[in-house]
Design a protein around this ligand. Sequence first.
Ligand code: DQA
Length: 165
Amino acid sequence: MKIAVIQGPNLNMLGVREQNIYGPMKLEDIHAQMKNVAEQNGFEVEFFQSNLEGEIVDRIQECMGDADGIIINPAAYTHTSIAIRDALSAVKLPTLEVHISNIHAREEFRQKSLIAPVCAGQIVGLGAFSYHLAMMGMMQILSEVKAMKEQQAAAQAAQGMAQAQ
Ligand code: DQA
């Protein structure tokens, strides 16, 4: 199963930008850790970062039929983008929203997420570790989805056999 990790504007500057808020880790190091955990658990993972809203919308649309779940930090677009919310809503994949900082404890304009209502969950405020928790959470969600599908398939097969007798 494949997990798409989507990163919004200015996250390419992690490790450089406002270290007091976002910490010292670079995006590529966060991604390397996530990839390790995913692959150790038999999941494929693909990373994408863009500073452009439309490119993020395109990437979310591409996930349809290609990925099984999405982990997204929409960064500043969290607070403004109806387009990103609509794209997530359209593809209907299990999605987790991640923030490095605790957006609920920051400026008022950051406390509202337009994305949260179309996500399965939101992980905030644990620094780079938020991404690790999101990866653990997404693997759990996808394992449950897989188990449910297998159960449904087994029930259908059993029904088919009962009808044939
Ligand atoms: C952020 C929080 C946003 O408000 C901000 O615009 C970011 C990063 C976070 O991860 O804490 O760029 O998404």
